[in-house]
Ligand binder design. Sequence first.
Ligand code: ZN
Length: 569
Amino acid sequence: MSNKDIGVFEEWPFKTPHIKTVIKKIEAFAKAFSNATSEKEAYSIYKKYSHYSDKVADQITHIQVLYTLNTQKEEYVKAQNLLAENGPALSSASLLFSKALVSSPYRSYLESKLGSHLFTILDYQIKSFDPRLEEDAVKENKLVMKYQALTASAQIEFQGGVHTLSQMGKFLVDPDRHVRKEASALYYSFLSGIKDQLEDIYDQLVKLRDHEAKLMGYKNYVELGYLRMNRFDYSKEDVARYREEINQVVTPIANKLFKQDMKRCGISTPKVYDLGMMFKDGNPTPFGDTNDKIESAKKMYSELSSDASTFFNFMADHHLLDLEARAGKSNGGYMTYFPMKKCPFIFSNFNGTSGDVDVLTHEFGHSFQSYCARNIKVPEYRAPTYESCEIDSMAMEFFAEPWMNLFFKEPTKYRYEHLASSISFLPYGVTVDEFQEWVYENPEATPAQRDEKWHELEVKYTPWKAKAYKGCSYMESGHRWLMQLHIFELPFYYVDYTLAQVLAFEFFNLDRKNHEKAWKKYVKLNTLGGRLPFRSLLAKTGLKDPFVTGTVKKTIHPLVKLLKDYNVH
Ligand code: ZN
């Protein structure tokens, strides 16, 4: 590894940046850049500014990680609060530099050095933020923190222990139906208890975002949201057509898969607590504890690719993986990147289910992309836009499949579960997207109307689930979305997973035909980073475009056949 010794994560000094000083420094960079008298001088200031931005990014990311690791620790809450309060002012300051860059008299020289796509990225940045939005953005940040802390606060007593929501996940797929039923009652009772607070947080978020959009001169937050997501080469009309295709092609397949699951499990009237079940004797669970999983992953990557292996070992050696669910830890899983240290960090909530293996391979896929793109100098190009990022992670889940015997006693059952649930994920994913589009097009809707809309979309895209919800008033009345953190924290980030899923399926199809070729293509995609927008990246790498009618069907059909061939029972 080229990283100078970065030590182990828990020993990194915890430092809160002095934001006012940072802002002053960025303003000075912008001024110096505008006053540059030659193209060489302008370029040299840009490079210094990028380097400085990376330094600040390392500090900010450190705070964000520590806060999500322990949302209840006062020191971290204080630091995260500081970011929430000052982050928007920081965005305004960096906007000054972006504006100076796009209007530079040396732009053509800079484009030749940095690539013209950077200027499109900056253009989107300029169109999506404005100092007038700072006040709203601070409020938004604080509401998101409130959401994180509330959903991380669960202390559910069950079977002699106290559990977070993530930890309860294990009981929700227990082979014993009575255990599932009991666990599910406690789980939904906790959620019902915080429901009104969550609805209120979201209501405020929607109104703030709508206000921000209108202040910027947009019709509603859908337009602003698309700009903020850097959707350079597709529109909401493209997405709407794609959602319909998922509904036409995938909903019936997922419905059929669910029926087969229930038959296999001997369940005639599925309930909410049966939805995750695929096998009568329980879904496959991985061997051993977290360390065993790390050891298995080391063995897997040593056989898959020497680069992936070196990098995974590096992450384990420097404690850049915090995998287990714990009280106070934020929900979900993510990978984040420290540009100065040139290293990623993986955060997850292992709970002993097969999901642990999905998350490990998924987040390592993101990490491996950061490794492939580590020598890209322009910060904006290091990672691609989100839908492309998720190809890197979701494809890695499938590249890992041949090694699942290292994690599971019955690897074929895992392969079946992973593939079937990935297919069934698509209709859910587009539900989240259509819901958000509706929400921001109807910002005045009441919480009850939002729930009703969610329910209506569930009936459309995942009717088998809507049916199974009968008897669970929380789910039946359309509250499932309250637990989808992206809806609160990252508006419009969701259809991205579904687009990436289709591409990950394409990699899986390629990998089964010719591993060498598929892996080469994958590394090529990762190495390109964000030099190109989504659809151009696909074209450049020779991947099929999911927006083109027929792609979804062509990609999924061989996989439906594969599921049959697994012949699980
Ligand atoms: Zn991901």
